[in-house]
Ligand binder design. Structure first.
Ligand SMILES: *[C@@H]1O[C@H](CO)[C@@H](O)[C@H](O)[C@H]1NC(C)=O
Length: 209
């Protein structure tokens, strides 16, 4: 039969063209791009590229009483090209990961210790999805949506967040607004916030203008 044999032929042709690359450990000496880092020469790759010991407790003595310790491609070269990464989140009592987005990936959070109030906001109709999470609970945050985590318990909290990208990105709204030199009048005009509130937050976060 002509058609089946053509089908089989094209399957064979396609598979003979397929190329399998087991991994693409990041070459951190070259710039990152939309497809991640360039690959290190496989002959220079070792087991140490696939393990990471940097997810240690973060320093929460800061304004948000929290620390995010990433194991993204820039810290953990082995995840480059695999569409996966992880971060450690330490929250002191009253700690908060302020409203933020990851432009490049969805997130799954798992609570290891403590109690975390977490939520995200849909982009379509701005619905709030809010949960109190306890030890062992997980919550998923869809890609690009604004979300936050708050320590809502009375002890320190520990969680890990995994991402569907080796480089999920992180943009914290208050930092984007108040940590740079965007002029106060433009911020007031575009956010409807009071000038006094803007100046207060710029002072706290190191913004100017
Ligand atoms: C944590 O950060 C604070 C503020 O920057 C600093 O004073 C303190 O020494 C740091 N603690 C550790 C253990 O690094």
């Amino acid at each position: 039969m002509f058609i089946p044999s053509l089908f089989i032929f094209s399957l064979l042709f396609a598979s003979s063209q397929a190329s399998v690359v087991d991994f693409c450990v990041a070459d951190l000496s070259l710039p990152n791009g939309p497809a991640g880092y360039s690959c290190k020469k496989p002959s220079t790759v070792t087991e140490n590229d696939f393990a990471y010991s940097g997810l240690v407790p973060g320093n929460t003595s800061n304004i948000i009483k929290a620390a995010v310790t990433p194991a993204f491609d820039a810290q953990f070269p082995g995840v480059n090209g695999l569409g996966i990464s992880i971060a450690r989140i330490d929250l002191a009592v009253d700690g908060v990961i302020p409203m933020h987005t990851h432009p490049g990936a969805s997130e799954i959070l798992i609570v290891i210790q403590g109690t975390i109030c977490a939520g995200f906001i849909s982009s379509f109709d701005n619905v709030i999805y809010l949960k109190t999470l306890y030890k062992g609970d997980v919550m998923v945050f869809p890609q690009g949506l604004l979300h936050f985590q708050i320590n809502s318990g009375t002890t320190t909290a520990l969680a890990y967040a995994s991402f569907g990208s080796a480089n999920p990105g992180l943009q914290i709204v208050d930092f984007a607004f108040f940590k740079n030199n965007l002029p106060t009048e433009l911020l007031a005009k575009t956010t409807f916030l009071d000038i006094a509130q803007i100046k207060k937050l710029k002072a706290v976060l190191g913004g100017t203008n």
